[in-house]
Design a protein around this ligand. Structure first.
Ligand code: SAM
Length: 461
């Protein structure tokens, strides 16, 4: 199959498949992390860089704090593409952009989008698979972005929300040829029937999701596979059948990035052997027309509800949020998008309607891990205790903390590491109860811990 794409493309790629993949991370700019001096930058992502080797990420508190995301370098092109498209659309939108990531787990591209979209945008991150949707919700929470909701279900359901989104990203389920170097399972699963099956699913999703895109909006289509059927042919279908206008993203100005094969549409291919990253295909398509009045009228211009007392006390810019309580959990939603989030709930299942900031316990409200990691948290609203490395790891394993510094007030305390929030504990005097969620607890034998944290944010290639 690869040979049919031409020897100039195929031969370096085939050779590269026998070499190990690189390791790269994206520093989380929502949490103010800067890239270390001397880092080998990913050419198309200002905050992405390569590591010399793969550290034990689980042993690094900064990874648990969401200060960076481990992501294949090719996928980081989303940071560049979404920034470019949001610059194009923002002036004409007249409201916070609505971005749908239709196939979003584990969340690499959603979190990249959240970093570059304007702060008043809303990201709806959707995933079909229940287990993967949980991981997605966890990664969105770790990113700290206060303007994201997570939904679970077949992405085609969004077809019911006609003209609702300014940007729709379809990082489609695919035959995974571009991941074969990283995931041996992709080699075992591959067959021509799988390619045909994936192409049919992609077509079904694209046809529905095109309905959810507003006129003048942009659909980003990507896969991590090499064959034309799942790539250029899907783009050409949207151009031919729906009058989609393919956008010149100019990504081939980055060395080693190829344009699509056998198409007049603007398509881009990233492949091992040509770039330092895995296989990725990407294209952006504009829907013809201009935004209609009905789209505007769906927008909630003013806060629809009041922000609650807990939100007022603990969130920065609290007036920008409204409170909603569901099944004993208090959520903070961006006020300008609250009505829209309610309309998403009519189309599909909303797992996370905003940032879960507190859990009701009797008459008390217990602050959550999501609140600790949220970029919207007003850190000064809690007593903070700085932890050393061993204490941070003890906390992440879910053990109780024996000694907090003298003078630490009783009640909820924010444990910090490196000056950034790690999670909450409840100081009861002689010890502090650990509020780190059971499901997230680190199962790492303390005997296997390095003496100092791996800290890849300070490593360079
Ligand atoms: N965008 C993700 C990221 O960057 O982390 C990777 C997405 S992966 C290529 C495709 C995802 O689509 C998988 O998690 C898969 O479970 C999900 N998926 C498959 N069928 C789907 C459907 N009908 N609706 C929504 N998601 C679906």
């Amino acid at each position: 199959m690869l040979r049919s794409l031409g020897d100039g493309y195929a031969m370096p790629l085939i050779e590269a498949l026998a070499t190990p993949p690189s390791v790269s991370i994206r520093a989380n700019t929502l949490k103010d992390r800067t890239v270390p001096d001397g880092a080998a930058l990913v050419p198309w992502c200002d905050n992405g860089f390569y590591l010399p080797s793969r550290p034990l990420f689980a042993a690094d508190p900064a990874w648990h704090q969401g200060l960076y995301y481990v992501q294949d370098a090719s996928s980081m092109v989303y940071s560049h593409v979404v920034a470019m498209i949001s610059r194009m659309l923002e002036p004409q939108a007249g409201h916070g952009l609505r971005y749908l990531d239709a196939c979003a787990a584990p969340g690499g591209k959603s979190t990249a989008a959240l970093e570059v979209l304007p702060a008043d945008a809303l990201v709806v991150a959707n995933e079909y698979d229940r287990h993967r949707a949980n991981i997605l919700a966890e990664n969105i929470a770790k990113s700290g972005a206060p303007n994201a909701v997570v939904t679970r279900g077949d992405a085609a359901r969004f077809g019911r929300m006609r003209d609702a989104f300014d940007i729709v990203a379809v990082d489609a389920p695919c035959s995974g040829e571009g991941m074969m170097r990283k995931e041996p399972e992709a080699v075992r699963q591959w067959s021509e029937a799988l390619v045909a099956d994936c192409a049919a699913t992609q077509r079904r999703l694209l046809e529905s999701l095109w309905e959810a895109l507003r006129p003048g909006g942009v659909l980003i289509y990507s896969t991590c596979t090499f064959n034309r059927l799942e790539n250029e042919e899907q783009v050409d279908f949207l151009v031919g059948e729906y009058g989609a206008e393919s956008i010149d993203l100019g990504l081939d100005s980055f060395g080693g990035v190829f344009r699509g094969f056998g198409t007049d549409s603007h398509c881009y291919r990233f492949a091992p052997g040509h770039v330092d990253g895995e296989g990725l295909f990407v294209a952006a398509l504009r829907k013809p027309g201009e935004p209609t009045g009905s789209v505007q009228s769906q927008r909630c211009q003013a806060p629809c509800q009041k922000s609650g007392d807990f939100i007022s006390r603990h969130l920065l810019d609290a007036s920008g949020f409204v409170e909603t309580r569901i099944a004993g959990t208090v959520y903070a939603q961006p006020a300008a998008h609250a009505a829209f989030i309610a309309s998403v709930g009519k189309a599909t299942d909303v797992m996370r309607p905003g940032v879960a900031v507190a859990a009701e316990k009797g008459r008390d409200l217990v602050p959550t891990q999501e609140l600790a990691l949220s970029a919207a948290l007003d850190i000064s609203s809690f007593a903070c205790v700085e932890a050393d490395y061993q204490t941070a790891m003890t906390y992440l394993r879910g053990e109780s903390l024996q000694e907090l510094p003298e003078g630490t007030p009783k009640g909820f305390v924010l444990l910090c590491y490196g000056g950034k929030p790690l999670g909450f504990a409840k100081n009861i005097g002689r010890r502090a109860n650990n509020l780190y969620p059971d499901a997230m607890r680190l199962r790492l034998d303390p005997r296997n811990l390095p003496a100092t944290p791996p800290n890849p944010l300070t490593q360079a290639k």
